[in-house]
Design a protein around this ligand. Structure first.
Ligand code: EPU
Length: 429
């Protein structure tokens, strides 16, 4: 087993290059099921969620080739199964995009119930409502979701009761080959939704309005292969911006779309960071004190829920008391107890956390409860006095490419160290 060992207190300086967006990649890879021919996808992040998905694609019969480090080619012309294996599926949330794409192409899908980070209840009722509106029969039994539409799918008007990234994308996937024009109202507007729509359009689909709350999908008979490059990861970029705001220093974050970062950098500027935007990079520096702020997470273009743990960590050492309100997930504060063990003063009441700034955090053994909570622990380690050891890094590496290497390049003192797991300890007794 491996953990990160971080000696805190170093400011960050230099340049970091952002990888392709995880949440776009994990939707675009399943979307290739809809395409009759090879899809070349560039700027694919090297993270374990992508590896797991590529293994699932191979199990289904797709021909998956790695062209280079960040480019893959997937050809789904010879898919032989519409049943996705449970063992692989349960590892990642985004496996549910296979339901929309298998249903869209073959009018039939059998996919294990998705796994992923645990933020309390994670319903998929809006996905199901969308598939049913398109004419599919949906059954959930024995841990699998069974969907079928013997007579094909027919376009529908679908109003989402909650703004859901997953349901918006899944309904787009299911409807691109359906008869007629599907309208998704109250759609999510995240940058990766636009990226999935752009991917589908570049393969011959007719999707309009992605990035607004009304998306119109006019069904086409087939999609043909082509090339597509995934957008940079908004949350990875935001995490490095939060890291330098917390630790102090001056870094250039390269390969970003600054517009996508505005909802994050606006808050960092309030906290005292100085932000300079260029065409495809952002410079973030922080020298003075960290100011207290209030944050409410909301669907895009609001402040992203996937960034609050990283900012809460920086606010642990701010001047004054900050109030954070989680507006998307039911329970995303499990990491707070880890920060408290490092000396943070945080009180959580339901969806609200009150963070009282303290002078310093002190290094401690902590665990990554989930992907973004794990990133928050790394940031806590960067600012703490002494050594912080972060366990369960498997969650962090699901979504951050080469995080140790990237932070080392910025001057952080972080390394991967091996430690025995329970079985090894028992064997040694
Ligand atoms: N919801 C429902 N019913 C549904 C679907 C969602 O009630 O059918 C609710 C959820 O319970 C939640 C809210 O709607 O309260 C938003 O959920 P959404 O469907 O938007 O989340 P998701 O698609 O499962 C994606 C990201 C998450 C990110 C959320 C919100 C992927 C693979 N995951 O999840 O990213 O937190 O959107 O922006 O795209 C991460 O990257 O660390 C991560 C967890």
């Amino acid at each position: 087993m491996e953990k990160y060992s971080i000696r805190g207190g170093k400011k960050l300086y230099g340049e970091v290059t952002i990888s392709g967006a995880k949440n776009a990649a994990v939707a675009i890879i399943p979307a290739t099921v809809l395409v009759d021919g090879p899809c070349r996808i560039e700027n694919v992040p090297k993270i374990s969620d992508v590896t797991s998905l590529l293994m699932i694609m191979r199990e289904l019969g797709a021909n998956v080739k790695l062209i280079n480090d960040t480019t893959i080619e997937i050809d789904c012309s010879k898919i032989r199964s519409t049943k996705a294996p449970y063992e692989l599926i349960r590892k990642i949330r985004a496996s549910y995009y296979l339901i929309g794409s298998l249903l869209g192409r073959f009018h039939c899908a059998e996919v294990g119930m998705p796994g992923g980070c645990d933020f309390g209840v994670r319903p998929i009722d809006q996905h199901v409502k969308g598939f049913q509106s398109l004419g599919a029969k949906v059954d959930i039994k024995n841990g699998f979701i069974h969907c079928s539409a013997e007579n094909g799918l027919t376009a529908a008007n679908i109003y989402l009761d909650v703004v859901s990234v997953g349901a918006t994308i899944n309904i787009m996937l299911a409807s691109v080959l359906a008869n007629g024009q599907t309208v998704i109202e109250n759609a999510a507007k995240e940058p990766h939704i636009v990226d999935v729509a752009n991917f589908l359009n570049s393969m011959g689909a007719d999707v309009k309005g992605a990035g607004t709350d009304v998306i119109k999908v006019r069904g086409v008979p087939t999609l043909k292969g082509g090339s597509y490059a995934i957008i940079p990861d908004q949350i990875e970029a935001g995490t490095y911006a939060a890291a330098v705001t917390a630790a102090g220093g001056d870094i250039l974050i390269k390969n970003v779309i600054p517009k996508h970062l505005e909802c994050i950098t606006a808050k960092l500027a309030e906290m005292g960071a100085v932000i300079e935007e260029y065409d495809d990079s952002v410079r973030v520096k922080r020298d003075g004190p960290i100011n207290r702020v209030n944050i409410k997470t909301l669907p895009y273009p609001g402040f992203p829920t996937d960034m609050h743990p990283q900012l809460v960590t920086a606010l642990c050492v701010a001047n004054g008391t900050s109030i954070i309100t989680e507006g998307v997930w039911e329970n995303r504060y499990r990491y707070v107890d880890e920060l408290k063990r490092m000396g943070a003063k945080i009180q959580v009441d339901g969806k609200v956390a009150i963070v009282e700034g303290v002078e310093k955090l002190t290094g401690a053994p902590v665990r990554a409860w989930d992907l973004r909570a794990g990133a928050a622990m790394v940031i806590a380690g960067l600012i703490a006095h002494g050594v912080t050891e972060v366990e369960d890094i498997i969650y962090i590496e699901r979504g951050y490419e080469d995080i140790v290497e990237k932070l080392t390049q910025l001057g952080a003192d972080i390394k991967r160290v091996e430690y025995p797991d329970e079985e090894e300890v028992r064997e040694a007794l």
